[in-house]
Design a protein around this ligand. Structure first.
Ligand code: FUL
Length: 623
C-alpha cells in the first residue's frame, strides 16, 4: 500500500513538474486588447479625404465655404470600396467631418452638411453609401471626425463638447460596426476666434459606449497612436508601448520622436498607425494628378511602416466626380501586384533548431515558427533572454527579405537581434542583417544572398523571447537608387534671377532649382527676388524643409513690385495649412494674374517657437 502511494505521489510530482515547465510564459508589460490584436492584423487600409476641400482646392477649409460647392457629379462609393478591395486593403476610414465642420451625413446638429448641398438635391448620405459599400465588399468601416470645427456656432463655447458628442453619437449609431474612430488633434480657432478645450474623456467614453471594440486613434491612443509624421515612416525601433500620463492629443502630445519610436517600457499598449497620402496633399486637387506617389515610394513606405510594426493607413482622395482618379487606382494596382509578386513564394522551409526550448517541450518547438499558425510559437524558459534559431534549407536559396513576428498577445519583448547566413565558401556564419524591435511584424530588407542556412540571434530581450512566425522571400527590387529629377520651376528659367536680399552667402540656393538643403533665415528678413525683367505670373511657391517639427513659415505676406520700392501686397497674413505636420511644397494662387519684376516673401509666423525659418526654394507659377 505504502509502495502504491509513493508511486502515485512520484507520478503526481512528475506530472506537476512537466506541466509547470511547459506552462506558457506570463505576459510581459502592457499587452494588446483582443480588439487591438484584430486591428493589428488588418495591416493596411484606406483613408479617404473628401468634402468641400475637394472642390475648392484647399487643404483646410475655413467653415465659411458655401455648402453648394459640394457637388460630386458622379459619386460612387462602390467604386471606392472595389478599389480598396482590389488593392488588398482591409477597410476604409472616411473624413465624415474635417476642420471646416461640413458633415458628409445629414446631421441633426449642424447646418453645414450634405443636406445643404446640391448633391442628390440635399437627400444624400455619404456615410450610408460608403458603409453599405464596405459591407458589400467585406471591408471594415471607420470614421474620422475632427473636433476642430470652424463652422459650428457652439465651437469655442462650453456647450460644444456635448454638440460634438451628439454628432459622434450619430455616426457611431447609424452605420453599423465602426472599426476605428479617428480623432484629429488639430485645435484651431472657431468662427468666434476662440479655441475649444476638448473633453477627450467624454469623447472616448462615447465611442466605447456605442462601439465597444472600436480602436480610437489620436496622438496618444488609447487604441492606436499617431507616428509623429504624415509621411508613413516609422523609425526602425518601434515599441507598441507608450507613456500617456500627463499628455493629450494635439499640442500637449509627447515629442514627435517619442510618437515615432514609442516608449521602451511605456505603461500602455498603444500601437502605431502610419498615415500618409498617395498624393502630396490630403484632398484631391487637379494640380496633383501627375504627382501620385511612385511605385518605388509606395514600396518604401510599406517596408517603413507595415515592415516596422505599424499599420499603414494610405489616403486615396476621390476627385470632383466622386470617384478615385485613374492615376491613383492604377498606381494602387501596381503596388498590390508588386507586393503579391514579392511575397508569393515563402522560402522558409527546412530543418529548424533552437539553442533552447521552453521546458524542452514540443509545444514550444522552433518548428512552430514555420507552421503558419498565428497562435503557436517558439519560446524559451523564463530565465533565458538570449537565444538562437537556426534554419537549414534542403538546398541553397536566394533571397532579400526576412519577415519576423513576435507573439504580441504576450507583450513586446525583443530589443535587439541579428541574423547570420551560412557562407559555404568559408564554412562559417557571416553577418546578414540586424535590428532592434520586432513587434507584430518586422521585415528586414537586404541585397540578395544565396545560402544554405540562416541563424537568428536574439541578443537582448526583456523576458524570454517568443516568436510565432518566420518567412523568407526574394522580393522584386524596384528601387532604381536614382533620385527622380523634378523640374521645380516648371520650365521657367531662373538664369536672370537673383536674390536681392538678404545678402547672405549661399542665399542663391533658394532659386537654383535644386530640391536640396534649406537656407535658414532670421524671421525679420524677408526674401526679395529680382526676376531680371517684368514677367507675368499667377502665383508663387514655397518649398519648406521637409521634416516635421522643422522651423518653416506658417503665416506670411507676399508682395510684388516693379522698382523694388513701392510694393503691392497680394497676400496678407495668409496661412499655409497643415504645414507643421505635412511640410510639402506650397503652391499659392493670386485672385488674378499679375506682372512684376520683384517678389517679396515675408515670414510672419513659424511652425515652431524659433526665430529662424527654412526655405529650400522660392519661385513663381506662370499662367
Ligand atoms: C491632420 C489634418 O490637419 C489634415 O488635414 C489631415 O486630415 C491629416 C490626416 O490630419 O492633422
Amino acid at each position: 500500500m505504502r509502495h502504491i502511494s509513493i508511486l502515485f505521489y512520484s507520478v503526481f510530482l512528475l506530472l506537476l513538474s512537466s506541466c509547470s515547465s511547459t506552462l506558457p510564459p506570463n505576459p510581459y508589460g502592457a499587452i494588446p486588447s483582443p480588439a487591438q490584436l484584430e486591428w493589428q492584423k488588418m495591416e493596411y487600409y484606406m483613408f479617404i479625404h473628401f468634402g468641400p476641400n475637394t472642390f475648392t482646392d484647399v487643404e483646410w477649409g475655413d467653415g465659411k465655404e458655401n455648402p453648394k460647392v459640394f457637388n460630386p457629379s458622379d459619386l460612387d462609393c462602390r467604386q471606392w470600396a472595389a478599389t480598396a478591395k482590389a488593392a488588398g486593403m482591409k477597410g476604409i476610414i472616411i473624413t465624415a467631418k474635417h476642420h471646416d465642420g461640413f458633415c458628409l451625413w445629414p446631421s441633426k446638429y449642424s447646418t453645414h452638411t450634405v443636406r445643404e448641398s446640391p448633391w442628390k438635391e440635399g437627400k444624400g448620405d455619404l456615410l450610408r453609401e460608403l458603409s453599405d459599400a464596405c459591407k458589400e465588399y467585406g471591408l471594415k468601416f471607420g470614421v474620422y471626425l475632427s473636433p476642430w470645427d470652424q463652422n459650428h456656432p457652439d465651437y469655442g463655447t462650453p456647450v460644444y463638447n456635448q454638440t460634438f458628442v451628439n454628432t459622434l453619437d450619430e455616426v457611431l449609431s447609424n452605420y453599423g460596426d465602426v472599426f476605428e474612430q479617428w480623432f484629429d488633434g488639430a485645435n484651431g480657432e472657431g468662427h468666434n476666434g476662440k479655441k475649444q478645450i476638448y473633453d477627450w474623456e467624454l469623447f472616448n467614453n462615447t465611442v466605447y459606449k456605442k462601439q465597444r471594440d472600436a480602436i480610437i486613434f489620436s496622438d496618444i491612443g488609447p487604441g492606436c497612436r499617431w507616428v509623429g509624421n504624415e509621411e508613413g515612416y516609422m523609425s526602425e525601433t518601434n515599441w507598441s508601448r507608450l507613456n500617456v500620463e500627463g499628455f493629450e492629443a494635439g499640442r500637449k502630445s509627447p515629442p514627435l520622436d517619442t510618437l515615432n519610436i514609442g516608449n521602451t517600457h511605456g505603461e500602455k499598449w498603444v500601437p502605431a498607425e502610419a498615415n500618409t497620402s498617395i498624393r502630396p496633399g490630403w484632398f484631391f486637387s487637379p494640380s496633383t494628378n501627375d504627382k501620385v506617389k511612385s511605385l518605388e515610394k509606395l514600396l518604401d513606405i510599406y517596408y517603413a511602416s507595415a515592415g516596422r510594426n505599424a499599420n499603414l493607413l494610405l489616403n486615396v482622395p476621390p476627385d470632383r466626380r466622386g470617384r478615385i482618379h485613374p492615376n491613383d487606382s492604377t498606381r494602387l494596382m501596381e503596388f498590390r501586384n508588386a507586393l503579391d509578386k514579392s511575397f508569393e513564394t515563402n522560402l522558409a522551409k527546412g530543418a529548424v533548431s533552437a539553442s533552447s526550448v521552453r521546458g524542452d517541450s514540443k509545444s514550444y518547438s522552433p518548428d512552430n515558427i514555420l507552421d503558419g499558425n498565428y497562435d503557436s510559437y517558439w519560446t524559451t524558459d523564463d530565465d533565458i533572454t538570449t537565444a538562437s534559431i537556426e534554419l537549414q534549407f534542403a538546398s541553397s536559396r536566394t533571397f532579400n527579405r526576412i519577415l519576423l513576428q513576435e507573439y504580441i498577445p504576450l507583450g513586446q519583448r525583443i530589443a535587439r537581434f541579428n541574423i547570420e547566413y551560412w557562407d559555404d565558401d568559408t564554412n562559417s556564419w557571416k553577418f546578414l542583417s540586424d535590428g532592434t524591435t520586432i513587434g507584430y511584424k518586422r521585415i528586414l530588407c537586404f541585397p540578395s544572398i544565396t545560402t544554405s542556412g540562416i541563424k537568428i540571434n536574439i541578443t537582448n530581450s526583456f523576458a524570454c523571447p517568443i516568436i510565432n512566425n518566420l518567412e523568407i522571400y526574394n522580393a522584386l527590387n524596384f528601387s532604381s537608387g536614382l533620385k527622380e529629377s523634378i523640374d521645380i520651376h516648371g520650365g521657367i528659367s531662373t538664369a536672370k534671377w537673383s536674390v536681392f536680399s538678404p545678402a547672405l552667402e549661399n542665399v542663391g540656393r533658394i532659386i537654383d532649382g535644386k530640391d536640396d538643403d534649406p537656407i535658414s533665415l532670421a524671421i525679420q528678413y524677408p526674401v526679395i527676388v529680382d526676376l531680371g525683367e517684368r514677367v507675368e505670373f499667377k502665383g508663387f511657391f514655397y518649398i519648406p524643409q521637409n521634416s516635421v517639427g522643422a522651423a518653416n513659415v506658417s503665416r506670411y505676406n507676399f508682395y510684388v513690385s516693379d522698382d523694388n520700392k513701392s510694393w503691392i501686397k497680394l497676400k496678407s497674413n495668409s496661412l499655409f495649412n497643415n504645414l507643421r505636420n505635412n511640410p510639402i511644397r506650397q503652391d499659392v494662387f493670386f485672385d488674378k494674374e499679375t506682372k512684376a519684376r520683384f517678389i517679396k516673401f515675408e515670414a510672419l509666423e513659424l511652425t515652431n517657437d524659433g526665430d529662424k525659418y527654412n526655405i529650400v526654394e522660392l519661385g513663381i507659377i506662370k499662367p
